[in-house]
Design a protein around this ligand. Structure first.
Ligand SMILES: C[S@@+](CC[C@H](N)C(=O)[O-])C[C@H]1O[C@@H](n2cnc3c(N)ncnc32)[C@H](O)[C@@H]1O
Length: 170
């Protein structure tokens, strides 16, 4: 893995993949690695844990052997997957949070692409939690085993009534 160059702690891919395998096991199969960049997370999910994981990212420069879609992630596509993951998803942060209305989601926000106002890490997490609370999304904070401070994720489950329904495009 160290042959590839990544910004931030490269351990994040292994840490999040191991968490997903431990938490969801065989209950999920199709995983969207939203804003997955080169696709290291999807690669580990696929090769080590046997998930059908694919990157959804408009850049389209994934590692060889990683499944991918070259497009911006639309929350309306969430129902295609069993689990939505946004690891440092930048401009896709809100789309991932919208997907949380209908699918289990792991969202590890990085920079503030949530609002025009300046938000630090804690305020950003709280803003997304408020969004979830207002829509009945169950969530918990999970500190992942990689270097902080951008290592805290929001792991969520949609309201039961919305799991097969439409996303909230407001
Ligand atoms: C900070 S990088 C994170 C990449 C990877 N998840 C990681 O942890 O290394 C943010 C990624 O978000 C992607 N991105 C930006 N807007 C997006 C959108 N609307 N839908 C999906 N991906 C998007 C960018 O192309 C970029 O690859």
């Amino acid at each position: 893995m160290n042959r590839h160059r990544f910004h931030g702690d490269p351990e994040r891919f292994r840490a999040v993949a191991a968490y997903i395998a431990g938490r969801y096991g065989r209950r999920v199969r199709h995983v969207a690695d939203v804003a997955g960049g080169q696709g290291m997370l999807a690669r580990i999910l696929r090769k080590k844990y046997n998930y059908a994981a694919e990157v959804v990212d408009p850049r389209g420069w994934t590692l060889v052997g990683v499944a991918y879609r070259v497009c911006a992630f639309a929350p309306s596509a969430a129902n295609y997957y069993d689990l939505i993951v946004g690891l440092h998803p930048d401009q896709a942060t809100r789309a991932v949070a919208e997907a949380a209305l209908v699918r289990p989601t792991v969202l590890v926000p990085c920079c503030n692409f949530w609002s025009a106002e300046r938000l630090g890490q804690e305020a950003l997490l709280r803003a997304i939690e408020d969004y979830y609370d207002a829509r009945g999304v169950a969530h918990e904070r999970v500190p992942f085993a990689f270097a902080g401070p951008k290592n805290v994720g929001l792991v969520s489950e949609p309201p039961v009534s919305r799991q097969e329904g439409q996303t909230d495009e407001r």
